[in-house]
Design a protein around this ligand. Structure first.
Ligand code: FES
Length: 318
């Protein structure tokens, strides 16, 4: 059965830098030093690692720096293997395929102020944004970085810390800061954004639950636990382009059913937070369970790793 085209760009690792305990910065460039596809501040890319794993990382250089993609990777000894492979097996000169950049935060004229809340390595998507805002002077910003003690990427954050644009909160010294005080009251000209451990994101979601969705942005790097729907019914996927049909069993994910049917789908998080498995839908009633698509995007796309169906038949653009 025909596969969905997967667009990857060939890059080569040109630099690896230690950037704190267990953290390395990897710089990727075009093998012939051409410019790389553009990205928004805080966008992310999928790395197709030599061992076959696909993993998503935020870009932490700024978009004007089009010759490189820079990612920060913390080695997770008990993770799913992507960070270990990068830390232990990837060296300068290695070739890595990467996806086109996705997501990120496009600075908008209606926002005169940005408040970023980052927990530990969750600072990476906001570093790109902070650098962009610092250079363009498009808007004011404050980045609150909550760490236990050590500041990740310290050498790269130093100037912004000295300027007071990044405020470091060390929980080992002062306890956990009051998130409500850091978030403030928001307002129509302010965007607040959060990236960090799930507990921090849940607190942030509670604090901003009644705010307009457009004023709040969340970046997740750990997928929440999968949603198990005990009432899920089987349904059929009709593939509009190839003309095939795939049966999805009760409790099975669309992704698993598509893969069983020989359809090649790019994946990374398998939890609805990275966007790698985005597929267009044409007819039916999808149940969206991802954490990234806007309501507008949900009218045309779904994430097959987490989405379900409220109709017996769902037509996908595959
Ligand atoms: S694989 Fe990440 S959203 Fe589906």
């Amino acid at each position: 059965m025909s596969a969905r085209p997967i667009t990857t760009v060939k890059t080569v690792v040109t630099d690896i830098e230690a950037a704190g305990t267990g953290i390395k910065l990897f710089t990727l460039a075009d093998p012939d030093r051409w410019e790389l596809p553009p990205f928004k501040p805080g966008a992310h890319i999928d790395l197709h690692l030599p061992n076959g794993l696909v993993r998503t990382y935020s870009l932490c250089n700024e978009p004007a720096d089009s010759a490189r993609y820079v990612i920060a990777v913390r080695r997770e000894a008990d993770g799913r293997g992507g960070s270990r492979a990068l830390h232990d097996e990837v060296g300068i000169g290695d070739v890595i395929g990467v996806s086109l950049p996705r997501g990120g935060l496009e600075p908008q004229p209606r926002f005169g102020r940005y408040v970023f809340l980052a927990g530990g390595i969750g600072v990476t998507p906001f570093l790109s944004m902070a650098r962009h805002l610092e250079r363009t002077k498009q808007a004011d910003f404050t980045l609150h970085l909550i760490v236990r003690e050590e500041v990740p990427l310290a050498a790269h954050l130093g100037v912004l810390v000295e300027e007071g644009r990044i405020i470091v909160h060390r929980t080992s010294r002062a306890g956990r800061p009051d998130l409500a005080a850091l978030v403030g009251k928001g307002g129509p000209g302010t965007l607040v954004a959060c990236c960090g451990p799930e507990s921090m994101i849940e607190d942030f979601e509670r604090l901003t639950a009644v705010w307009p969705a457009a004023s709040v942005h969340i970046e997740r790097f750990v997928a929440p636990p999968p949603v198990i729907d005990p009432d899920a019914k089987p349904f059929t996927l009709s593939l509009a382009r190839s003309g095939g049909e795939i049966h999805v069993r009760a409790g099975q994910t669309m992704l698993a059913a598509l893969q069983e049917g020989g359809i090649d789908i790019a994946t990374s998080c398998c939890g609805g937070i990275c966007g790698a498995c985005k597929v267009g839908w044409i007819e039916g009633k999808p149940v969206h369970r991802d954490r990234i698509l806007s309501s507008y995007e949900r009218e045309r796309y779904l994430m097959v790793c987490v989405a379900g169906s409220d109709s017996d038949r769902l037509v996908l653009d595959l």
